[in-house]
Design a protein around this ligand. Structure first.
Ligand code: WTA
Length: 637
């Protein structure tokens, strides 16, 4: 029997046991039976977690696009690979078959080559959710170039930082983006970013909104004419199992974003194995993940996982609120979606609206509902279950991270009994552990601690681009020999996991990871600001929102406070992007600090969330009077 698809709880436990007892054999069987290789591995796994070194399928050779596209052509050539649904419901959807995908990707790959891109070069992709984004990603993989997709909501400064960090030779963008009722000038943002980047030689521009843009001579090129001229077949590059596939940036608790590097074979095996099991995909199903390809969810569960399985994957350009709050459900009805995968923040936003928006549509095609990105609260879980799933569809609450490459803890639908707010059980191959404050593992159920993974899995990130030391320090030093996730979790009496949230300085706002340090850096650039501290506080829709405590310089004291607030948020928007704007800004005379000068964020978090009854131990505070002042002037709703 192949372990590829788990159909019963018994089989799950059996697979899990095997995966722990004989991890190499477990993954070797899956790799052997489900993929095409140009050469098989000499060894399945080599690792040293103390040194943050992991290699899977050593010396195997393959190309991931042959697994995602070429091998399906014979039997699924006319099957829709990507079903593209535009921002405007009046514009026609596009069905891109596997055969068409093959030609588009090959043409695109030839264009990349003609512009000097080869194996190992980095290509930054800054595009809206249009088919060209999928083609661009796969074209890079076809020729062995490393793609770095930057979410098209990031600002010029954030884009420039990412382009420079991985020294991208090329940027692929569009003349603009549609987003609900708005248009966004993506090319303008790229132009601004490139003023700070000397590494970029060429910019390819897809046409989407037909705006009047300027092409810089010798640097910028319209994409379509190049595609039209290119040959529609391109030999796939032979890649080593451990050759880099992509870099994807994620926020850290300090300083600049971390370019997480994923490699080829392990990532492919794990993203497709999890896709198959977590969505129980059947040949005729239409699967929809509403994420943006700019995030890891889009990489693993819009592109690579579904396509490696020969699935039909929906790519949605729009937003859940346009033209109205019924859009998701209208699309589910229109395309008869079977699996629907979204974020708790979207569910909470929709749950606030009139029920008619859901009830007006026929959702009977749905079989599996998923969530990802942040803890789902009980109320949202029930709303999703009652009104979308009509209590007949299992909800898979999937916990994972950019760093993990694929889903780690999740129910398998129709197999694992679900429990609201619980991600339930680890997938085969995943060995979680809860650690206490002293670094010891807590054994047994009914435990709470810091969530670690004790054994390597195929799709774990291999390093932070250009900074292996940082990778090691961030993930492998807190609990030596283990991967530390940065999350807290509890394990209930039957061994189900519930993720309780971040235990570091990353705050998840509407499902987006935001590091406090880069936001504080942005605020501190404002000429009137002396110092600042950001914390998260609970928010009905966003899960968390941001609360800023700001100390002004003397020169700022006389300024109008509301104008200052606007300017500070503009500063954040320019440096990072609108997603990082603060909901509340309080001007304070000082910040609570320890005698060694560390900001006591714990106290600031409590005050921001309106919970000042017990501030905990404040005896190490250098300036207790500041706390009093902050509490009396706290900004309420
Ligand atoms: C959080 C997204 C609770 C968690 C795939 C993690 C979750 C961070 C869940 C990673 C979930 C993700 N329940 N929390 N089901 N899924 N998280 O890198 O804090 O954007 O560490 O990857 O999101 O976010 P990232």
């Amino acid at each position: 029997m192949s372990w590829y698809k788990i159909d019963s709880l018994e089989e799950y436990f059996k697979a899990y046991r095997e995966s722990v007892d004989q991890p190499e054999k477990f993954w070797e069987d899956i790799a052997e039976e489900n993929f095409v290789w140009r050469k098989k591995w000499d060894k399945v796994l080599e690792y040293d977690l103390h040194e943050a070194q992991v290699k899977w399928f050593l010396n195997a050779k393959l190309n991931i696009t042959e697994n995602c596209i070429d091998r399906h052509l014979a039997e699924r050539g006319e099957k829709t690979a990507i079903l593209w649904e535009p921002n405007d419901p009046n514009e026609a959807a596009k069905q891109i078959t596997y055969k068409e995908l093959y030609h588009q990707v090959n043409r695109f790959a030839n264009v990349l080559k003609s512009k000097g891109i080869g194996k190992g070069d980095r290509v930054c992709i800054y595009l809206p959710m249009i088919p060209e984004l999928a083609y661009a990603v796969l074209a890079c993989a076809r020729i062995g170039a490393i793609h770095s997709v930057v979410f098209a909501g990031f600002s010029a400064t954030a884009l420039a930082t990412r382009i420079n960090d991985s020294e991208c030779k090329m940027v692929i963008t569009s003349d603009g983006a549609f987003r609900g009722g708005k248009t966004i000038d993506l090319k303008g943002i790229v132009d601004e970013a490139l003023e700070q980047c000397s590494c970029v030689e060429n910019v390819l521009v897809a046409k989407r909104i037909n705006s009047d843009i300027e092409l810089k001579e010798n640097r910028d090129h319209w994409l379509q004419p190049l595609l039209d001229e290119a040959a529609d077949s391109c030999e796939a590059e032979t890649m080593d199992a451990e050759d880099p596939l992509f870099i994807l940036y994620t926020s850290g608790s300090t300083g600049k974003p971390k370019g997480m590097l994923h490699t080829t074979a392990g990532y492919m095996v794990y993203s497709s194995f999890t896709f198959k099991n977590i969505f129980q995909y059947q040949e005729e199903d239409i699967y929809w993940c509403t994420a943006d390809i700019g995030w890891i969810t889009g990489h693993s569960y819009i592109i690579y996982g579904p396509l490696a399985n020969g699935a039909t994957t929906v790519m949605f350009e729009g937003v859940p609120s346009y033209p109205d709050f019924g859009r998701f459900w209208e699309v589910v009805q229109k395309h008869k979606i079977h699996q629907f995968y979204t974020a708790p923040t979207a569910i909470r936003a929709l749950a606030k609206e009139n029920l008619d928006f859901v009830e007006n549509y026929d959702l009977s095609s749905l079989k599996v509902l998923g969530t990802v990105g942040e803890p789902i609260n009980e109320e949202a879980w029930h709303w999703y279950n009652d009104h979308v799933g009509k209590k007949k569809n299992p909800i898979v609450d999937t916990w994972w991270q950019t760093e993990t490459g694929g889903i780690m803890i999740s129910p398998i639908p129709y197999v694992t009994p679900t429990k609201p707010t619980y991600a339930t059980l680890p997938l085969p191959g995943i060995q979680p552990g809860l650690m206490d404050e002293t670094g010891k593992e807590i054994i047994g159920n009914q435990a709470e601690g810091r969530l670690c993974i004790k054994f390597p899995w195929p799709s774990m990130a291999r390093t932070i681009w250009g900074d292996h030391q940082r990778y090691k320090e961030t993930y492998f030093t807190a609990f030596p020999g283990n991967y530390f996730t940065g999350d807290g979790a509890l394990r209930d009496e039957v061994g189900y996991y519930r993720i309780t949230g971040r235990v570091d300085d990353v705050i998840i706002v509407s499902g987006h990871n935001l590091g406090t340090a880069p936001i504080e850096d942005a605020i501190n650039e404002h000429p009137a600001v002396a110092e600042s501290a950001i914390v998260g506080f609970p928010h009905d829709i966003k899960g968390n929102a941001l609360y800023g405590y700001v100390i002004l310089k003397e020169t700022g004291e006389g300024r109008d406070r509301d104008n200052l607030r606007k300017e500070i948020n503009q500063e954040i928007s320019d440096k990072i992007g609108p997603i990082a704007k603060l909901n509340k800004i309080q001007f304070v005379p000082g910040l609570p600090k320890t005698r060694s000068g560390k900001i006591m964020r714990r106290i600031l978090r409590k005050i921001a969330s309106g919970d000042t009854s017990n501030l905990g131990d404040t005896s190490t505070l250098l300036n207790p009077e500041v706390v009093e002042h902050i509490m009396t002037h706290v900004i309420k709703d």
